[in-house]
Design a protein around this ligand. Sequence first.
Ligand code: NI
Length: 225
Amino acid sequence: MILAIPDVLTGETLSTARAKLEGAAWIDGKATAGHQGARVKDNEQLAIDDPVGREVGAQIVAALQKHPLFVSAALPLHILPPLFNRYSGGQTFGTHVDGSIRTMSDGRRIRTDLSCALFFAEPDEYDGGELIIEDTYGTKSVKLPAGHLILYPSTSLHRVTPVTRGARLCSFFWLQSMIRDDARRTLLFEMDVGIQRVAADSPGHAGVVQLTGVYHNLLRQWAET
Ligand code: NI
């Protein structure tokens, strides 16, 4: 499932974070790419331990943990610390797949089930910079308003088209979900959305409690914690 999560960061929180990021110490993005990625990657990044990146990253994770749509769709177990990249002057990132396992600074290994990109620039501030995601249903082109996030399976091949005007500033990161399988995770998300709709239309309907029980019992069957 590929899903846009609106308004993760908004208003002053968003504009302050963006200003801090624009003034941060950008380095060559090849520094953090694997063998396969380094050949096709041309962008700038913040170092993993950059203090601005850490501060804004913590804000993003805190906002996501309070965002009901994100929690329902991702069912996150571990969210890796957000990283940041910037593309300008024709920079691009060719077709690649994200590494399956990432090692945290404390040595813990996290499986990447879902990839996330949070946009900091508005779409009309730059030309190009679409995130092109190939999944089993075809190819999707993504360019979201500032503060919005795209959630997509880490199993997908994807690329960023050349940025030919302005700058594309994003945060990107991965998470391990309690539900490893994308199809099962999608079923649970659609069930949750359906239950919420029935609950809103028919408050107190006995079926809502029953279906909520089914949702949690499926989660109990499938979840890794
Ligand atoms: Ni990637």
